[in-house]
Write a protein that binds this ligand. Structure first.
Ligand code: PMP
Length: 405
């Protein structure tokens, strides 16, 4: 369906109807939002908006039901129970909540293991925790040629390890990590395993039971939803070990002038007015994404990425970062001759949106000897025309920067 009829989904995005020439290849940073999903946001505010979990009048009760309905459906989508999913403002908030709130009886010298591919959101909160408790951060290295974990990774998760936090897929290379095996290894040494699904959620079907993780998070804006909604899965047994870090309305039962008693259910992790609009929009995005998946989106995007890789390989002034076939539909590259920022600026002037930089993953880039790379990422609205325009613009850049003859 997609390969022959690939222009169809593009028409569902107002942005591309209004700017048909725009080549948007930066979905890994934020996805564009299709009409049906955006319409859910609008209809919520037009017809259903009230403060959920607060009022007893019909509108407020309905808002509560909508919020809880979204929780149930999103939880089922990732193989979790409705009593295991907390809404946050995004993956970044989720990691901060975990790092600040997990009560794992930290002792000086305990270890936290991260992969070198982690986004800063799944690194800085653990760095601070390590400073506070004199913990040691240890690393799962990535092979610069294959892009995968180096063979000795299991040895890094040892007896002093109390927590492992890894991404399902690198947001720099798109390479997937063997997360189930990592979780199993973490559990074998008695550690908790946290998974970053932010980059993978739009591409990889998530099943927290199959992954055997204890916590997992992603942001709705990276799956055709709007900003302001994050999903945080917390395994039942982990909830008891997590202290609420955001305190305020909605998370308490009894409050006196000096004491307060927290809710015993998940609401203790959701202080303040919930972002019900973004949450029901996330549910709509999930439904839209599922429809596209049924129609063959994954194969289509893999094909786009593979074709682009082939095209770029024909341009020896560019070097591609490694990725295996099961990775995400993104392609990262650099040139020894032209700085990534210059390339991205040149492309921007040609109406092509890509991202250049460290992609909030500086340790990985530094390991591999780069300061910045260009990242091209595909989503449902992209077509072969986008790749063609990109290649043409890159050829122009070559003539301008590398070989003026
Ligand atoms: N992890 C990964 C792998 C990401 O790509 C991102 C977003 N760039 C994040 C975490 C953070 O997500 P957010 O900015 O939505 O909190």
């Amino acid at each position: 369906h997609y390969v022959s009829d690939f222009l169809a989904p593009r028409a569902e995005f107002a942005l591309f109807r209004e700017q048909p020439e725009l080549v948007y290849l930066d979905s890994a940073a934020s996805y564009q939002v299709p009409d049906a999903v955006l319409q859910r946001f609008v209809s919520y505010y037009q017809q259903q908006h009230a403060n959920a979990h607060r009022g007893s009048y019909p509108l407020a009760q309905r808002a509560t039901a909508l919020l809880e309905g979204a929780r149930t459906e999103i939880a089922a989508w990732i193989g979790a129970g409705a009593d295991e999913v907390v809404f946050t403002s995004g993956a970044t908030q989720s990691f901060n909540m975990l790092a600040q709130g997990l009560q794992l009886d930290w002792q000086a010298g305990d270890e936290i293991v991260l992969s070198r591919a982690e986004h800063h959101a799944n690194l800085l909160p653990w760095q601070r925790l390590a400073e506070q408790h004199q913990l040691k951060l240890r690393w799962l290295d990535l092979d610069p040629v294959r892009g995968t974990l180096t063979d000795a990774w299991t040895d890094v998760i040892g007896p002093r390890c109390k927590l492992v936090a890894v991404t399902l897929a690198s947001n720099v290379t798109g390479q997937r990590l063997p997360v189930r095996a990592i979780c199993q290894r973490a559990h074998a040494v008695g550690a908790v395993c946290v998974v970053d699904a932010a980059q993978a959620v739009a591409s990889v079907a998530i099943d927290v039971a199959a992954l055997e993780c204890d916590a997992l998070t992603f942001s709705a804006h990276k799956m055709y939803g709007v900003t302001g909604c994050g999903v945080l899965y917390l395994r039942q047994s982990l909830q008891a070990r997590l202290a609420p870090t955001l305190l305020g309305g909605g998370m308490v039962t009894t409050v006196t002038s000096s004491t307060s008693e927290w809710q015993t259910n998940l609401h203790r992790f959701e202080a303040g007015t919930p972002n019900t609009a973004a949450i029901v929009t996330c549910q709509a995005a999930m439904q839209w994404l599922e429809q596209q998946r049924q129609a063959g989106l994954k194969d289509y995007l893999q094909q786009l990425a593979q074709e682009l890789r082939q095209q770029l390989t024909k341009r020896p002034w560019l070097t591609l970062l490694p990725q295996s076939d099961d990775g995400l539909a993104l392609v990262s590259f650099y040139s020894e001759a032209v700085h990534a920022f210059d390339l991205a600026t040149f492309l921007a002037e040609a109406g092509i949106a890509v991202r250049a930089g460290s992609h909030c993953a500086q340790p990985l880039l530094r390991d591999w000897g780069h300061e910045a790379v260009v990242r091209v990422s595909f989503a449902a609205y992209n077509t072969r025309l986008d790749s063609m325009r990109l290649c043409e613009a890159l050829d122009e850049a070559y003539h301008l920067f590398v070989n003026p003859d």
